[in-house]
Design a protein around this ligand. Structure first.
Ligand code: NCD
Length: 304
């Protein structure tokens, strides 16, 4: 499997995904310090907890080291007017692989165009977050031992959430998948995703309410936060929407006990703490799997 840059979900094939998952499972059994002497650079222009720390943990667990800056927009030379392209060119001389999170949709692609070292997109604006989607898919496969034939509800701010965009693109690679998009009309999934799913024969439907969407056929209910920083909604309006697109023990009870409730985190009102004790809660498994998938990805991209 050759992955030069990792910027969007569409670049993966079923084969490269299954190779990556196999490598993640073998790393889980037998971790080796295969990246000793290699340096990961993290360049985060937007806040992050899980993505940044799990990449850095993954690199350290494989014997490598990490350098970087969070709040890159504030602390790096951007404040002096440096372009993203120049920053990337220079970083290429300091490290072996670069992980970038940026508010603009095309930032990772722009970085990949000029970079001398592999680029990983750790979230680009409203665009994509491919490594989150890979760890989401891995979590689903770990639970059900398959991805073909699954039924997934994607819920919340589908217009601005990059994790569901990347996940929908990955799901489109599997057979007999059904996706139910659940959101208020103004935060609905965008047409490029629907066109892609049509092209790949994925059954999909759109719903304005969670009522009647979750049932014993639902394998996954993937909730997302209302992205106030991107959609311009007030805190009050965002909370009002989150309370309508919110998991409850009653709704979870309509799903099978072995189904998954997923969330990329951080959570707001849409995922109350009382859900944590339910058998379907999978979001901390997602976070744990993030380290494993990122270890497999780093090892693969650095040919270790
Ligand atoms: C997500 C992101 O940054 O897109 N977080 C993450 O990486 N786990 C989700 C979000 O911010 O809502």
């Amino acid at each position: 499997m050759i992955i030069h840059h990792c910027t969007r979900s569409q670049q993966f094939t079923r084969r490269s995904i299954s190779d990556l998952f196999e490598s993640a499972r073998s790393i889980r059994e037998r971790p080796h310090p295969v990246l000793s002497g290699r340096i990961l650079i993290s360049l985060f222009y937007e806040p992050s907890t899980r993505t940044r720390l799990s990449f850095e943990s993954a690199m350290c667990r494989l014997g490598g080291t990490c350098i970087g800056t969070d709040n890159a927009g504030e602390f790096s030379s951007v404040v002096k007017g440096e372009t993203l392209e120049d920053t990337i060119r220079v970083c290429g001389t300091y490290g072996d692989i670069l992980v970038i999170r940026h508010p603009e949709d095309d930032a990772a692609d722009r970085a990949a165009k000029v970079s001398s070292i592999p680029i990983i997109n750790a979230g680009s604006g409203k665009g994509q977050h491919p490594t989150q989607a890979l760890l989401d898919l891995f979590t689903i496969e770990e639970r059900f031992r398959r991805i073909d034939g699954i039924t997934v509800a994607l819920v919340g701010d589908l217009a601005n959430g990059r994790t569901i965009r990347s996940l929908a693109y990955l799901l489109g690679k599997y057979e007999n998948v059904t996706i139910r998009f659940v959101s208020p009309p103004q935060l609905g999934v965008s047409n490029d995703i629907l066109a892609y799913l049509d092209k790949h024969h994925v059954r999909h439907s759109r719903h304005e309410s969670l009522d009647g969407v979750l049932d014993h056929k639902t394998d996954v209910c993937y909730l997302t936060r209302v992205q106030k920083e991107r959609n311009g909604l007030s805190g009050l309006e965002a909370a009002r929407i989150a309370s309508r697109y919110r998991m409850t023990p009653h709704l979870a009870g309509r799903m099978r006990p072995d189904a998954c409730i997923m969330h990329p985190l951080p959570r707001n009102e849409e995922l109350p703490l009382e859900i944590d004790a339910l058998p379907q809660a999978c979001y901390f498994d997602q976070a744990r799997n993030g380290v494993l998938i990122r270890m497999a990805l780093l090892a693969s991209m650095l040919n270790a």
